[in-house]
Design a protein around this ligand. Sequence first.
Ligand code: HSE
Length: 437
Amino acid sequence: MKQLKVGLLGIGTVGGGTYTVLTRNAAEITRRTGVAINVVQVADKNIDHAKVLTGGEVDVTNDAFAVVNNPNVDVVVELIGGYTLSKDLVLKAIANGKHVVTANKALLALHGNEIFSAAQKAGVIVAFEAAVAGGIPIIKALREGLGANKIEWVAGIINGTTNFILTEMREKGLTYQDVIGEAQRLGYAEADPTFDVEGIDAAHKLTILSAIAFGIPMKFEQAYTEGITKLAQADIQYAEELGYRIKLLGITKRTDKGVELRVHPTLIPEKRLVANVNGAMNAVVVKGDAVGPTLYYGAGAGAEPTASAVVADLMDVARLANASVEQRVPYLAFQPNSVIDLPILPISEVESAYYLRLRASDKPGVLAGVTKILADRNISIDALLQKEPDDNETEADIVILTHVTIEKNMDAAIASIEALPATVGKITRIRMEELGK
Ligand code: HSE
């Protein structure tokens, strides 16, 4: 029986899940691959815990470099996260001629171009299914299953922590502050939870999706990122009254002007399946020119769901380790010499529909002043809601949904509306997506 010898870097949540799934399903995995996939060495800071988890069956060390330098290891599974030590370890493993499986979205979003280039030169596989949307096989779907298509856009709920928070806010009428602590306790959050709530984790994952959807380099530093920390309960309620849900979406689109790469709270019609993805679940919609919109749903985090993706990558390595480079799927789905450095559009050039909420004096002519500013800028109104002021209040909330316009045009309109004497404070602006075609 052929054997694939695995060195595991990190046996925490995902590493532990990977070890469990590989052990529990060993017979089934070998039936599929014809290869016995065995963990031969584990590196973890907590040696005692690692020894307990592996039942004394595996060599355990606290020196991760001992694993990447171990001549008995064929493939290194990097599950320690971060992008400093993990980068050195992955590049060293590649230099040593080892294949790499990683769940590290931050590492790939920031240093993927360098890592894939090194891997190509060394002729080794770098597999990363677990880096995006946990157990959902979205990398496989995009790189292989949808390979016949020209991908037009990808939009996804790719951070479970924020989806959990938004779901609690909507279902229980709670504020962001009410829910954030509970989300952290449930253990989906990144080591630094600002990565979740400010949209950075989603932007890491979106960067990877965009690269493999369009065959472009990783461009994380050009992604537009806006989180959920400023979302008010009122916006969730007004959106609901108008037939929409608010989700933190990662959106990447190919346009004539360049590629959109943006993470922000987004109104989606409630009739869309993706608008009904709740709790910590993830979902990704991919629009291909031939297939139309397709939806992928499942657990985006957690020990065994993420392990499911890690182990599937190990199975690919088991099948393809001895194949020629031409027989493998290219890292970014496109042949390395066909990766094109398309421009990423700044957010000011993105086209979107908008939800606007403003507070204004409840006096004759105020609404006419607002709608005139929009009309002067050729921004068409799709729906409008004016709320009765509460007793003793002289100001009312006005909610406007617009048709699509370019963001810089909307920026200018918002500045003019905010300058009206009747307008109180800042306007809340949330982008909207139909996600229908
Ligand atoms: N913090 C991430 C999330 C974990 O909440 O989705 C999986 O990447």
